[in-house]
Design a protein around this ligand. Structure first.
Ligand code: PLP
Length: 218
């Protein structure tokens, strides 16, 4: 589906929720997609992209950044501590902060660099054993811990279990954000971004609906 159609659907969902058109950011998730699918979206003027691997992003974004101004990159995949330095150098936002050790590493890098990407805490709302993210019961304490490290915490992020109604997870995440005084909500993908908007998403992460099906999954 062309970018313009997704943008139109996003704006319609925002309007239906009584929210202004610029109230949510569309992150075009370009992971795995070949450059010949990414470049047309850049040419259309879109500048906000999501990748889920540091190494993949390092491999291809410097070239695009040399040719297009104002690119904003969001890391939406799990981050290993030993890739944290590369991640903070490359990304404008990291959506997958999920444990104290990673937060401490990011805090040390932030001190050293005098700058830090916007951070989201990933919450494992479905409490799935194979999935990353901090457990719902631990969110409030982890939010306080991250704030205590003087890190720029923008909000919370979730990836609902595939077989469950996502609205329940969006509602839960929104509630956890609200009680912690966080406005940022990174939730909603190709299949459900309009629902996420209804529950207050400020960042939707849309991949296949923009670029087409991925040739493989990571
Ligand atoms: C791949 C991915 C997306 C995009 O998924 P689509 O279904 O292609 O829109 C969004 N968020 C995360 C964390 C992802 O890994």
């Amino acid at each position: 589906m062309p970018l313009a159609d997704i943008t139109e659907r996003l704006h319609a969902a925002l309007a239906a929720a009584g929210r202004p058109e610029d109230d949510a950011t569309l992150i075009a998730v370009s992971k795995v997609q070949p450059p010949e699918r990414v470049e047309p979206v850049l040419r259309e003027g879109h500048r906000v992209f999501g990748e889920n691997r540091v190494q993949e992003a390092q491999g291809r974004w410097p070239d695009f950044q040399a040719r297009y101004d104002g690119i904003e990159l969001h890391l939406i995949g799990p981050l290993q501590t030993n890739k944290a330095r590369a991640a903070v150098e490359m990304f404008d936002a990291i959506h997958t902060v999920d444990r104290p050790k990673l937060a401490a590493t990011l805090a040390r890098l932030a001190q050293e660099r005098g700058a830090c990407p916007d951070l989201f805490i990933q919450v494992n709302t479905g409490e799935e054993p194979q999935k990353a993210g901090c457990m719902p019961a631990e969110v409030d304490a982890f939010v306080a811990e991250v704030r205590g490290m003087d890190l720029p915490l923008a909000g919370l992020m979730c990836i609902p279990p595939v077989e469950e109604e996502p609205s329940l997870h969006f509602a839960l995440l929104a509630k956890m954000a609200e009680r912690n005084g966080l406005r940022g909500l990174s939730m909603g993908m190709s299949a459900d971004f309009e629902k996420a908007i209804a529950f207050g998403a400020t960042h939707v992460r849309v991949g296949s609906a923009i670029f087409g099906e991925r040739a493989y999954e990571l």
